[in-house]
Design a protein around this ligand. Structure first.
Ligand code: C2O
Length: 572
């Protein structure tokens, strides 16, 4: 785990490196400097939770290698798939300006890299810095195929917060004692919900609450009085999580790789796909303190893992075998704790919040139960009321096509998608209180590969509305290709007359946990041409169809036009 424990020395190295190259390097889009990485997707045998099993990794590391870069750098990552599964890598949070071909979601921007094949991702970190992560974007492979992507600010730009003594990456994950690609197949075939994970993990380690894991625990050594930067990343599959450190305050200074006004709290909640930088000062008596990750479950009747993953925040000078002080996590359904953190997230630089809007979109998000169509209902219709589980946006369950949407769009190949994704629900009703989609009682969704086409430069106001069709739930909705301003959120049904919008200091994010039984309003300017996936970052909901695609058309001239695909684009 030594690679995860980096000090600010690295930052300094990067800064001096950039200084030496700054005069020689050409201007954007080539970047300040180019960084090369080699990713080999490989299976590896690991012992965890009293079991030995095979997991898919990058370079035999779990979590995978950290990718370091600096704002404006160009990244070139050659991915060789030596695993038996199809694979792709997505660079979560990277806007991929004019580089949509390298975004990574399978069947959206590329065909998967088949076993034995390679593909090289190549993109520039245009105006972006902070904590990102990369993960597989095929089936549920990202359960073990993930790692941090840390982008340092440009040199000579002062850090607007307390300068930390050291920094550490803290990746929250979920671990299964089962091949998760098979697991997805089984869950979809059953028509029912997924089993809970076998463990939560912090940097791959479950910690002492789990069987056979007393020594499978991550630890940070801290010097009394010093301030530490923790780069929190939730790479979990199907759960949102609370995180807290015993007796220590967390000061949030960045969310989804954008600075925030400092906000101090006892705990945070991260949905899968969210990242957060927190500063923690070792200001307590010398000792050993727990860092804990536990469940936030807002849905009804969904089984989940309830054992916390534990890591240690251990002062230099503490007795190594001393008992750790327990961290206090909110109870699993503490919606107020989630709201409190959300209320505290305020953007630091919000000069670009769109004030005028060209297009208003209203999207319901939620689960469905479709009528059983199998001749073998006992096997295939294990959803509620003997139906099959599904999920949808505006009651359309997104079906991934058999070629990538981007390729079909770019080459004008017809028959793989339709451009009729509705910009509003077909019917308005009391979405939250579980009223039926259609009278009298109908919880079915429609299937389709429907996309929404946006003209270049469209200023979008988008409302995400949770539904209670099956159960209300906080859904972590992620948009590719953009960060958006979260200008409002609330509980109940969205009402434009009463909704309170914050156009002053909204946070700039790429994944928003839409409040359970509530709504969130986001704004962005569609100025990055390409094909962009928007989906629930719970993999099971994505598999069930809680997704849609935006196609953003080219603007004028080559700076507003998506370039050609690379020659080594994988084929389906
Ligand atoms: Cu982090 Cu489409 O995902």
């Amino acid at each position: 785990m030594a690679n995860l424990v980096t000090s600010f020395m690295l930052w300094l190295t990067l800064i001096s490196y950039a200084y030496t190259t700054v005069h020689a390097s050409p201007e954007w889009p080539r970047g300040r400097s180019t960084r090369f990485y080699d990713f080999k997707i490989q299976t590896k045998t690991v012992n965890k939770l009293c079991n030995s099993n095979q997991i898919v990794t990058v370079n035999n590391m779990f979590p995978g290698p950290v990718v370091y870069a600096q704002q404006g750098d160009r990244l070139i990552v050659k991915v060789a798939n030596e695993s038996p599964h199809n694979a792709t890598i997505h660079w979560h949070g990277v806007r991929q300006i004019l580089s949509c071909w390298f975004d990574g979601p399978s069947y959206i921007t590329q065909c998967p890299i088949q076993p034995g094949q390679t593909f090289t991702y190549e993109f520039t970190l245009v105006n972006q810095k902070g904590t990102f992560f990369w993960h597989a974007h095929v089936s549920w492979l990202r359960a073990t195929v993930y790692g941090a992507l840390v982008v340092y600010p440009k040199p000579a730009v002062p850090y607007p917060f307390k300068y930390p003594y050291e920094e550490h990456i803290v990746i929250l994950g979920e671990y299964w004692l089962q091949d998760t690609v098979q697991l997805e197949r089984q869950v979809l075939a059953s028509g029912g919900g997924p089993p809970p994970s076998n463990a939560y993990t912090i940097n791959g380690h479950p910690g002492p609450n789990y069987n056979c894991s007393a020594n499978d625990v991550y630890k940070i050594d801290v010097v009394p009085g010093k301030t530490y930067l923790l780069r929190l990343i939730n790479a979990g599959l199907n759960m949102e999580n609370f995180f807290a450190i015993a007796n220590h305050k967390l000061t949030i200074v960045e969310a989804d790789a954008e600075y925030t006004k400092p906000f101090t709290t006892d705990r945070v909640m991260l949905g899968p796909g969210q990242t957060m930088n927190v500063l923690v000062t070792a200001d307590q008596p010398i000792g050993k303190y727990s860092m804990a990750m536990g469940p936030y479950m807002s849905a009804q009747n969904v089984p989940f893992q309830n054992i916390s993953a534990i890591a240690y925040f251990q002062y230099v000078g503490a007795m190594p075998n001393s008992l750790s002080l327990p961290a206090r996590l909110p109870s699993f359904n503490d919606n107020l704790a989630v709201k409190t953190v959300m209320d505290g997230l305020r953007g630091l630089d919000t000069s670009a919040v769109p004030k005028e809007i060209d297009t208003n979109l209203f999207l319901t998000i939620g689960l469905n139960v479709n009528k059983c169509r199998s001749k073998n209902p006992q096997q295939n219709c294990q959803g509620q009321n003997n139906g099959t589980m599904a999920a949808s946006m505006n009651n359309v369950s997104f079906i991934k096509p058999t070629v990538s949407v981007l390729e079909a769009y770019y080459k004008g190949i017809e028959g793989f998608f339709t451009d009729n994704f509705p910009g509003a629900p077909l019917r308005f009703y009391d979405f939250v209180s579980g009223a039926p989609n259609n009278a009298p009682i109908d919880t079915n969704s429609m299937n389709g590969t429907r996309v929404k086409v946006l003209e270049y430069g469209t200023r979008v106001h988008l409302v995400l509305q949770d539904t209670g069709t099956v159960t209300t739930e906080n859904h972590p909705i992620h948009l590719h290709g953009y960060s958006f301003y979260v200008v409002g959120y609330g509980t109940g049904n969205y009402n434009p007359q009463t909704a309170n919008l914050n156009l002053v200091d909204p946070p700039h994010m790429n994944t928003i946990g839409v409040p359970v039984g509530g709504w969130a309003a986001i704004r962005f300017v569609a100025d990055n041409p390409g094909v962009w996936f928007m989906h629930c970052h719970f993999d099971v909901h994505q598999s069930w169809g809680l997704a849609t695609v935006f196609i953003v058309k080219n603007g004028k001239g080559h700076l507003e036009t998506l370039p050609h695909p690379p020659a080594d684009m994988p084929r389906c």
